[in-house]
Design a protein around this ligand. Structure first.
Ligand code: NAD
Length: 268
């Protein structure tokens, strides 16, 4: 049985992950982590599910990792950086679903993957993984004369914008038109912006209610437009993907992987 540590257990994704682990016979909850000061510390990780697991929620990272196979992290970048370092020291693999990393933090993840196996993906759903491939293909085919915009909506509690998934879709579109996203992204428009510059990729962000995650990539030409859309209606889809990623890492001592590797999708 794969021994799994879940970080951020009091969060929305933490809840979905615990649910996923409890209903999978191949997975064992080894430890449950939350931030220091969380009111959940010391409580049984199964409490919200009416279960007694004997695993107490803790903020003490090093003891939690002892004897574990993989840590699944859906928290905040500063916490993920701490888990990254601890996992390297304890030789524990990592599934990172957290979003909102800086370029320096992403480089730290790449460097750590030389020592431990890591799956890092801003969206763990099968549908979005497919969408990333479709967007790259669409951008490649509609390279001339089509304007690319990425629109996303999430619940009112989300703290980063645009979403990690929107940025990933932007990267895929940029690759399709042979550019780097940093050279063509437009993250905000206000006032007299002037006409749209050809070859740019625009982003629009909406926040509200309990929307789990909607993403649309629009490729707008003259006389037609193509819209590629994904809508998540439950966090279970991300949790199932993350736990699949944890199993995928079982025989990967090192290396950086994304969900296309986990799901066996061809990379464009
Ligand atoms: P949330 O706010 O509901 O939960 C965050 C959890 O992290 C909480 O348990 C909180 O206590 C913990 N935490 C926060 N700061 C911490 C710290 N400094 N140290 C330790 N723990 C800390 O958020 P959520 O909706 O569950 O999302 C969590 C992250 O996962 C976000 O970055 C979100 O964008 C991302 N996410 C990714 C996917 C994906 O498929 N990759 C899907 C959904 C959400």
């Amino acid at each position: 049985m794969l021994k799994v540590v879940i970080a951020g257990v009091s969060g929305r994704m933490g809840h979905a992950l615990l649910d996923g682990v409890f209903s999978d016979n191949g997975l064992q909850l080894h430890a449950a982590l939350d931030r220091a000061g969380s009111p959940m510390l010391g409580r049984d990780a199964g409490e919200q599910f009416g279960k007694v697991t004997g695993v107490k929620i803790t903020s003490d990272v090093a003891p939690a990792l002892q004897g574990a196979d993989v840590l699944v992290d859906f928290t905040r970048p500063e916490a993920s950086m701490q888990y990254l370092q601890a996992c390297q020291q304890a030789n524990v693999k990592l599934v990172i679903g957290t979003t909102g990393f800086s370029e320096a933090e992403k480089s730290a993840i790449t460097a750590a993957a030389r020592h431990v196996g890591i799956v890092f993906a801003p969206n763990m759903s099968v549908g979005v993984t497919l969408l990333i491939n479709l967007v790259e293909q669409a951008a490649r085919v509609l390279n001339e004369g089509y304007d690319i915009e990425v629109v996303e909506m999430h619940h009112r509690h989300k703290v980063d914008a645009p979403s990690g998934t929107a940025l990933r879709l932007g990267e895929a579109a940029a690759k399709g038109i042979d550019k780097a996203l940093k050279d063509c992204a437009v993250y905000a428009r206000e006032g007299v912006t002037g006409e749209r510059e050809a070859g740019t990729i625009g982003f629009a962000t909406m926040r509200g209610g309990d929307v789990v995650g909607d993403h649309t990539v629009v490729l707008a030409g003259v006389g037609e437009r193509v819209e590629l859309t994904h809508k998540a209606s439950s966090r279970a889809t991300f949790a199932q993907g993350a736990l699949r990623a944890a199993k995928f890492l079982a025989d990967k001592p090192s290396g950086l992987f994304d969900m296309r590797d986990v799901l066996g999708f061809a990379k464009n």
